[in-house]
Design a protein around this ligand. Structure first.
Ligand code: ATP
Ligand code: MG
Length: 602
């Protein structure tokens, strides 16, 4: 994407027809910029007039002002220069902050429309840094190119013209040459210095990444007493940063020294010439002062040229990555897609699916769930049960075959409509780092506190809720880590109860519960699914006895199906799985001490 295209994309954020006030503010900011620069340019000239007036050799009549009047005007011009540049910043900040808000909002919305895969393949936290850096980069670029670099170059040009007209071309030539050498040297040396900067950045990212990872895994660190190992690992990154930072500072010394040498050479040349001219009477003392002030004033903004140039380059990269994300294609539904799922009959017809082309997961899955039926899917780990749920939710789409809700093919339904119709209790429940109430209310954001409490009770969390001093306001901690696995799962169930959808998908909904809680939640789930179409994914076969239909998955297809008793009688894979689980649960019942005793004897 080139710069003009990026500028076109950015325009609506800064120049919007709906916001005349912001347009006016942008114009006001430009006006203030011109006024500030004009005041700035007048200052040295006024100072020169003042010196000449005091010297009694005024060559330009100072009107009625006199020396005191000139002092006042001189002071005012300095004041105006400051006031107008401050006002310019204030006006522009209004415009740019609004643009940042719009852009961040739009990017956030865009990110939520991207396929799940996009998010899964990124590091946590990297997206938020990308958006933050990208929007700040755009602010920086506009602020500095429009209000700093551009005007400074124009000001330099004007200084040269003024000097030319007041004092002749020779002075102007020296100033121009000095400025050009200064700029070229600064750009070249800054490019050279970028190397150290890059080393610093990569060391910094390394340190930040290791720190985050270390704290995310804080439990692992404790369990394996690897604190020292972690500290050493972090310190290697820190020492890398230390070295690069020292080198970078040394290179800044070289840059600053060379810049100062160039400026001083230019200033000395101009002032020696001016001194000679004053002595020979060609130039007034006021002229000498004006020249000195102009040349110093011309170089002042150039001090920051190096760092601004570096930041502009960095900002262009940051902006580019933001636009790359905005360019990512979003998940699109067909234009004529239906907005509502009216029929809760679900059918899979010869569905094939593979995450990676060389490893097929589903190889021709077909089944039908009638409205209000409960259908269970069982099969060994990794056989594709959760994948069936994802296909149903249109998070992924089949490579071959079709999925239907009633008469509608999945491709004719809006994602939103499908997801509204299905309530999911996922295999792993991850919670927002917020209150218990917030997390449950996520199922229906307009639910009242009483409805939230009722849902929690139905999910078997009544007793738990009564024990909490702050009730629904209890914080659940990062990703819900302050709760037990079973508690998290019941929160997920409460959410679905609150959502009250016509179809429910339970992915191992009771796997983290102990036996007695499982029975209780099982009853609640049966109630939840009694008048809804239900798809249950289960490991523990005892929990799906009541299902109308059980599908046994093996090698990417449905290898057996029927109700619980039929499948046991068929004496196939299901029966084998069942027998195995029965034996395992018998083992659960043996005393642990006996097992340990046996182990010691052997
Ligand atoms: N996003 C993904 N990219 C690539 N492969 C994936 C992805 N998600 C799942 N898989 C693979 O697809 C296979 C099926 O995964 P799925 O989650 O459907 O299994 P499952 O039957 O639910 O297993 P479990 O009983 O352990 O929950 C697994 O081998 C898994 O490694
Ligand atoms: Mg699964």
């Amino acid at each position: 994407m080139n710069l003009t295209k990026q500028a076109q994309l950015l325009r609506p954020f800064f120049w919007s027809h709906q916001r005349y006030d912001l347009k006016l503010k942008l114009i006001a900011a430009l006006g203030c910029l011109i006024l500030a620069k004009a005041s700035n340019l007048a200052t040295p000239w006024l100072l020169g007039l003042l010196v000449d007036d005091l010297n009694g050799e005024a060559i330009i009549p100072t009107w009625v002002l006199g020396a005191i009047g000139l002092v006042v005007v001189y002071a005012l011009s300095r004041l105006f220069a400051l006031v107008f540049s401050e006002l310019r910043e204030v006006f522009f900040t209004h415009v740019s902050q609004h643009a940042i808000r719009l852009l961040t909002r739009q990017t956030f919305a865009h990110l939520h429309q991207l396929p799940l895969d996009f998010h899964l393949s990124r590091h946590t936290g990297s997206l938020d840094r990308l958006v933050d850096r990208g929007t700040k980069a755009i602010d920086f670029l506009l602020r500095y190119i429009v209000f700093n670099v551009g005007p400074t170059l124009i000001e330099l040009g004007l200084v040269c013209i003024i000097v030319w007209s007041l004092f002749g071309g020779f002075y102007a030539l020296i100033i121009t040459a000095t400025v050009l050498i200064y700029i070229i040297l600064t750009l070249k040396m800054t490019s050279w210095r970028l190397r150290f900067r890059r080393e610093m950045n990569s060391a910094d990212n390394l340190v930040a990444g290791r720190m985050v990872d270390s704290f995310v895994n804080v439990e692992n660190v404790r369990l394996f007493t690897n604190e020292n190992y972690e500290i050493e690992r972090l310190d290697r990154g820190l020492s890398e940063y230390e070295r690069a930072a020292n080198q970078s500072r040394l290179s800044l010394l070289y840059l600053n020294l060379s810049q100062t040498l160039i400026v001083l050479t230019g200033v000395t040349a101009v002032l020696i010439m001016a001194a000679l001219n004053v002595e020979s009477g060609v130039l007034t003392v006021g002229g000498f002062v004006t020249l000195n002030t102009y040349i110093l004033q011309a170089f002042q903004p150039l001090n920051f040229l190096g760092s601004i140039y570096r930041q502009i380059r960095q900002s262009l990269i940051d902006m580019e990555s933001l636009f790359d994300v905005l360019d990512e294609p979003v998940e699109n539904d067909a234009i004529d897609a239906t907005h509502e799922v009216t029929d809760s009959r679900i059918s899979f017809n010869d569905v094939h699916f593979a995450y990676e082309s060389d490893r097929p997961i589903l190889q021709g899955v077909s089944f039908t769930v009638q409205p209000k039926q409960t259908v269970a899917i069982v099969g060994e780990t990794g056989c594709g049960k959760t994948t069936i749920g994802k296909l149903l939710l249109k998070i992924i789409e089949p490579n071959q075959g079709s999925i239907q809700f009633g008469r509608h093919d999945l491709s004719q339904l809006k994602r939103e409509a499908i997801r509204k119709a299905i309530g999911v209790v996922p295999q792993d429940t991850v919670l927002f780092n917020d209150t218990l109430g917030h997390n449950v209310r996520y199922g229906n954001v307009s639910a009242t506190d009483d409805e939230v409490r009722a849902a929690l009770r139905l999910a078997g969390m009544g007793e738990f809720l009564d024990q909490l001093a702050s009730g629904l306001e209890t914080e659940v901690g990062a990703r819900g880590l302050k709760l037990s696995g079973g508690e998290k799962q019941r929160i997920a169930i409460a959410r679905v109860i609150l959502k009250n959808p016509p179809i429910v998908l339970l992915d191992e909904a009771t796997s983290s519960l102990d036996v007695s809680t499982e029975r209780q939640v099982q009853t609640n789930l049966e109630m939840l699914s009694s008048d809804r179409t239900t798809l249950v994914i289960a490991h523990r076969l005892s929990t799906i006895r009541y299902a109308d239909l059980i599908l046994v998955m093996h090698d990417g297809i449905i290898s057996e199906s029927g109700n619980f008793d039929d499948l046991l009688a068929a004496n196939g894979r299901f029966k084998a799985l069942w027998d195995m689980q029965q034996r395992a649960s018998d083992l659960d019942g043996t005393d642990l001490a006996d097992v340990v005793e046996d182990w010691k004897k052997n």
